[in-house]
Design a protein around this ligand. Structure first.
Ligand SMILES: Nc1ncnc2c1ncn2[C@@H]1O[C@H](COP(=O)(O)OP(=O)(O)OP(=O)(O)O)[C@@H](O)[C@H]1O
Ligand SMILES: Cc1cn([C@H]2C[C@H](O)[C@@H](COP(=O)(O)O)O2)c(=O)[nH]c1=O
Length: 688
């Protein structure tokens, strides 16, 4: 299938964000390039200006409106006008930036942004604020591709990944600084407002002037970068238009489970983030805070975001990236739900930091996975689709969230006595956003998880302690069925019935034995069953492991790779159940050994024929009379049975536990139905 990199027979570790993003030495090397360093400083200033602009303009619209609903609508309008240029002018601005001198483009657009931000507090109307915000975004659209195209002029190709990491850190890392400066300026304005009329008019004017100044500073820095000029020729083909990018990438995104999960997760994450951005100021107001508190809350989100992006991938080591993405989106959603209902601003600030951290890890992970998992010929279209969808997503959320808040208004549900529960629009919409993120995170997890059968939390805990993940196997083309049960449970009978039913389909069916199933295995089994050897329990376990390793690598794996249906009479579960019943061995330790020996090959289905301990021996064996079991033997058989049942309970989806004290055909019909559904799930036509 085109699209994803093919999964071969050897399990490859999940891509590590650090390797995709460039390691520490790369980053140091990039920063040693003087031109790039200056560019980096310029980008920091511009990003700082962007965040300050967002904070200051959002705060300003609330000051320009008196009613709660009016403020909500005004914030919604502001955020929409900030997103509109990307939808309308995106391709045009990209083409323009490729035709103009890039250094000049950046300098001119920075000066225009300076002028626009200075004009906002001077004109001081909501209408101009909206128009100026639209123009700032339109100009930024020309500036951004000029910047992106300039980086390869300054940085060697092999260091581009590290340069991009630095760009990402800078883009988000300046947000907390912007929030801190905004909070400081708002506090200064309020303090001086009583004595100096300039500060009385608007507490955010100073922030807007500061913001304007960052763009002027950026223009001065960029003017000094003489190496950046006009593009010699376009580095990539023209970007598909908005609609074209959707149709081109849609089919692929719809077909591939991993990419589908990623895209849905990213959209859900942005929807949650959009709720926080759109409602942050109103939320702070409900909890009794002002502009300063808004700055702190906003900063907390981005401290968490930057922390998550920078530290998350390192902290989580080799934890499965496909799992991590869904886990983090779900975690962000759960935390957002708590934020929505928490009545305390300080706790809310701490929690939004956690929301930011989850989102940061998810963003880096998702971005890296898209780069690593989507094949080169589809990557551009996939990214284009993701970017288009993210914009639509944000537009809808940013328009809908404040509008919904305005519609719902401010309410409280009186329960009893003094107890009233908040039911205002902000709480309800934030709660809904959080629940949506949880649903989307779980969906992404289910779509993307390639480690089915490996428990989530122990693996996460191990990764945080720096332990390697247990290896999982690639999907194979065949079907692997194990039949387990104590002596005389009817395994041979059911294996044969299953074999003849499956063989009628024309598929290759391989029947094998999980103990002594190879030439070497048979010799090992002889040793194991020879009472004169008097083996130590660990020696016994290692010999049994060698028997299983030989069996899996010589018989089962090659058959599965050919696409055969493999039925094994006994597998590692028998080994664990018998060894733990007869010797004092730790089941968990044996399971680790078994997993290593079998190359982590787990059956698609394990049929456990369950029979009460006293019934097995009563059944007439094919080669002799039924034996009379003593008390000790019965107790041992009871332990074996309990061992099997415990294993089955631990993995109910893999096991089919069958009451074996029934007629052969009845048991066979039950097994056949489940095998048929497993075959169907693997899309293996049986023709029977
Ligand atoms: N459902 C059943 N009801 C009654 N007897 C059965 C049933 N299934 C099998 N048997 C009989 O029980 C005996 C043991 O059956 P089978 O050899 O299939 O079991 P097994 O689990 O493979 O035994 P072992 O552990 O000895 O290899 C045979 O004589 C068989 O005919
Ligand atoms: C696989 C296995 C078996 N045993 C015991 C169970 C029976 O009593 C005998 C014969 O087993 P068979 O596979 O049904 O021929 O051996 C055991 O003790 N440990 C094992 O791993």
């Amino acid at each position: 299938m085109p699209g994803r990199h093919p999964v071969t027979t050897v399990p490859s570790p999940p891509p590590r964000a650090s390797s995709a993003a460039g390691d520490d030495s790369d980053i140091r090397a990039v920063l040693r390039i003087p031109e790039f360093r200056r560019m980096w400083i310029q980008l920091s200033l511009s990003s700082l200006g962007d965040w300050m602009g967002l904070l200051a303009t959002t705060a300003l619209v609330t000051q320009l409106q008196n009613s709660f609903s009016g403020q909500a609508y005004a914030i919604g309008s502001l955020l929409i006008v900030r997103l509109m240029p990307a939808l309308i002018l995106g391709p045009l601005a990209g083409a323009l930036a490729d035709r103009l001198d890039r250094r000049l483009t950046m300098v001119v657009t920075d000066v225009i942004r300076f002028g626009l931000f200075v004009s906002i507090p001077i004109i001081g109307t909501l209408e101009w604020l909206l128009i100026a915000s639209f123009l700032v975004e339109a100009v930024t659209l020309v500036w951004a591709p000029a910047k992106d195209a300039s980086v390869p002029h300054l940085v060697p190709r092999e260091r581009l990944a590290a340069a991009n990491t630095l760009s990402l850190i800078m883009t988000y890392g300046t947000a907390p600084l912007a929030a801190a400066i905004f909070t400081m300026l708002a506090t200064i304005s309020r303090t001086l407002g009583s004595s100096v009329s300039f500060f009385r008019d608007s507490s955010v004017d100073l922030a807007l002037y500061f913001n304007a100044a960052t763009f002027l500073g950026s223009a001065i820095v960029i003017w000094g970068l003489k190496d950046i000029g006009r593009a010699a020729r376009p580095e990539t083909g023209p970007e598909p238009g908005f609609l074209a990018s959707i149709t081109e990438g849609w089919r692929y995104v719809g077909q591939d489970r991993l990419v589908r999960g990623l895209v849905v997760g990213i959209l859900g994450g942005f929807a949650g983030a959009g709720c926080v951005i759109a409602l942050g100021r109103l939320y702070v107001g409900i909890l009794g805070g002002g502009d300063s508190a808004y700055g702190v809350l906003f900063g907390a989100v981005f401290i968490g975001l930057a922390g998550g992006m920078a530290a998350g991938p390192k902290l989580l080591g080799d934890y499965s990236r496909t799992r991590l993405f869904g886990v983090c989106v779900t975690g962000a959603g759960i935390t957002l739900v708590v934020v929505a209902i928490i009545p305390n601003l300080v706790i809310a600030c701490i929690l939004v930091m956690a929301v930011g951290a989850f989102a940061g890890v998810a963003w880096v992970t998702g971005y890296t996975l898209l780069q690593a998992e989507v094949s080169d010929e589809l990557r551009g279209r996939t990214f284009a689709l993701v970017q288009s969808l993210v914009r639509i997503d944000l537009l809808v959320v940013l328009a809908a969230a404040p509008a919904l808040v305005g519609l719902i208004g401010t309410h409280g549900i009186h329960l009893w006595g003094d107890i009233t529960v908040r039911a205002d629009g902000v709480t309800v919409v934030l709660l809904g956003g959080g629940l949506l993120a949880v649903a989307v995170g779980l969906f992404a997890y289910r779509q993307m998880d390639e480690r089915v059968g490996v428990a989530v939390w122990p693996e996460l805990w191990n990764a945080m302690r720096g332990r390697k993940p247990t290896p999982t196997r690639p999907r194979h083309a065949g079907l692997f069925v194990a039949v387990e049960g104590a002596e005389g449970a009817g395994r041979s009978t059911q294996v044969e019935l299953l074999r003849s039913w499956l063989a009628a389909s024309g598929r290759e069916v391989v029947v094998t034995s999980g103990s002594g199933g190879t030439t070497i295995g048979a010799r090992l089994r002889e040793l194991l069953f020879d009472p004169s050897t008097r083996l130590h329990a660990r020696t016994e376990a290692l010999l049994a492991a060698a028997d299983r390793a030989e069996h899996v690598s010589r018989v089962i794996e090659p058959a599965l790779a050919r696409g055969a249906i493999v039925i094994t009479d006994r597998y590692v579960d028998s080994w664990i159940a018998f060894q733990c019943a007869s010797r004092s061995v730790d089941t968990a330790e044996l399971a680790v050994l078994a997993q290593w020996a079998t190359h982590a090959l787990v059956p698609d289905l394990t049929v456990l024929l369950d029979l009460p301990a006293e019934l097995g021996p009563q059944r007439e064996p094919a080669d002799g009379p039924a034996e009379e079991a003593g008390v000790e033997l019965l107790a041992y058989r009871g332990r074996v049975r309990d061992g099997f049942l415990r294993l089955a309970q631990e993995e109910p989806t893999r096991y089919l536990t069958v009451d074996a004290n029934r007629p052969r055909e009845e048991i066979h019909a039950e097994i056949r139905a489940v095998v048929a559904s497993r075959v169907e799930r693997r899309a293996m036509p049986l023709g029977v």
